[in-house]
Design a binder for this molecule. Structure first.
Ligand SMILES: [Zn+2]
Length: 64
């Protein structure tokens, strides 16, 4: 395991994110992750990628 694997960050524009891993790591079963409105991010428990809500997306938009 390298440090680079742990800090892979993906910017997203919705609070529901589907993750099935990366090609480099072989992937994992697709899971749905939900952005935490308090921290505006979520970390995939399988591949440790961090999904961050894009700064241009407002909380109101996320909550519909
Ligand atoms: Zn993942």
């Amino acid at each position: 395991m390298t440090q680079k694997d742990l800090i892979d960050t993906v910017a997203v524009t919705t609070n529901d994110v589907a993750c099935d891993g990366t090609g480099a790591s072989g992937g994992h079963p697709r899971v749905w992750l939900h952005i935490d409105p308090a921290t505006r991010d979520v970390v995939c428990p399988y591949c440790s990628r961090r999904f961050v809500l894009d700064a241009g997306v407002t909380a109101a938009a996320v909550q519909h």
